[in-house]
Design a protein around this ligand. Structure first.
Ligand SMILES: *Cc1c(COP(=O)(O)O)cnc(C)c1O
Length: 362
């Protein structure tokens, strides 16, 4: 007998999210370059704060996240009353869909956009609309052409994942201005801190009523295991999100670690400059091996191979050398491998392995 128990419409269209692998059968000394994690790990101050939080585990955490929001406000020079903290920026993206899109509404993401935009849209019962990109770059005109009176949200990551490409503030502003009045532009800034001089869309947010940014502690802050992200936007939008988030969504160790991390600006700068240095080194070295990539602004490189077969063969050889990268086939890049920028030894190790694959190294 067919079950009468059915989930809400849209939910069974969701394909399970696949994260970056972290183990290889039979290989020790695995080098994981598949999830854009910080090779230096979190700030020592964040680890200390986490350890100290152990003594208060019987206490409920704060519901208003005031300590972390204040620290974010001070460091990023923004209004802490318009910051919302979430279990990873994933939760903020999810709350945006839950609060602003439902059955009959459309949510735009782009051709190579992050998988979670579609998942959160379907989870809310809304309809995902995929818009083409232009040479691996988000296409503002294509998004504006697809937007209509049913469009409630537009998600773009800037820098984008898995391409690493970047849209300037002029283009983003044109997008925000051109959208229908009922539509919110969500700027996913998971990698914004890696771009020198980029304000992650802050000035645009302050001047408009339809732009929200999301940020994370999982990437440059090296706290992916803690699950901390945040959002920033107009007060009325943040108020809506606060009504539907769990009152105790953040654990106290996570709040403590993130607050210490955001205040350690010296460590942050060191992570940013190390990444920039090895990112440039890695992309140049790969190009010399005949593996091109777009100029990346993030902490990963989308390395292009001649064909899917070549990318797969390279991936196999990397695995046998104990190196895990991402094959972003489900993002429309069957002929590519996405490689996280590691530390110096990681970068040298993967360049050596790809050189061997290309027959250019012993
Ligand atoms: C990694 C990543 C995130 C961050 O997710 P968290 O839930 O904060 O760990 C968000 N968006 C994109 C595009 C990412 O690559």
């Amino acid at each position: 007998m067919a079950s009468k128990i059915k989930p809400q419409p849209g939910i069974m269209d969701i394909e399970l999210y696949v994260g970056g692998a972290s183990t290889l059968d039979g290989v020790s000394n695995v080098l994981k370059l598949s999830s854009n994690e910080n090779p230096m790990g979190p700030s020592p101050a964040a680890k200390d704060a986490f350890s100290r939080a152990v003594h208060e585990l019987h206490r409920y955490p704060s519901t208003d996240h005031a300590g972390l929001r204040t620290a974010i406000g001070e460091v990023w020079k923004l209004d802490p009353d318009r910051v919302i903290c979430g279990v990873g920026s994933d939760e903020i993206l999810h709350l945006m869909c839950q609060a602003f899109a439902g059955p009959g509404d459309e949510v735009i993401h782009t051709e190579h956009g992050f998988a979670l935009y579609r998942i959160s849209t379907l989870a809310a019962g809304a309809t995902p609309v995929e818009v083409p990109e232009h040479d691996r770059l988000v296409d503002v005109d294509a998004i504006l052409a697809a937007a209509n009176k049913k469009t409630k949200l537009v998600f773009i990551a800037n820098p984008a994942n898995p391409t690493g490409t970047f849209l300037g503030n002029k283009d983003i502003a044109r997008l925000a201005k051109g959208l229908p009045k009922q539509c919110i532009l969500v700027l996913d800034g998971a990698y914004a801190e890696f771009v020198e001089g980029y304000d992650a869309g802050l000035a645009l947010i302050e001047g408009r009523d339809n732009v929200v940014m999301t940020r994370t502690f999982s990437k440059i802050y090296g706290l992916g295991g803690m699950r901390v992200g945040w959002g920033y936007g107009p007060k009325n939008i943040i108020d809506v999100l606060n009504r539907i988030r769990g009152p105790f969504n953040m654990s106290s160790p996570a709040l403590a670690a993130a607050e210490a991390a955001v205040r350690d600006t010296a460590y942050f700068e060191k992570c940013r400059s190390e990444n920039a240095r090895w990112r440039d080194w890695l992309s140049t070295a790969l190009a010399e091996l005949g593996v091109p990539s777009d100029t990346t602004t993030a902490n990963f490189i989308l390395a292009r191979f001649g064909s899917e077969d070549e990318a797969l063969a390279c991936n196999e050889q990397l695995k046998s050398a104990g190196i895990i990268v991402r094959h972003p086939k489900n993002y429309g890049f069957p002929h590519c491998l996405r490689i996280t920028v590691g530390d110096e030894s990681a970068c040298r190790r993967i360049v050596h392995a790809i050189g061997q694959f290309k027959g250019l190294r012993e």
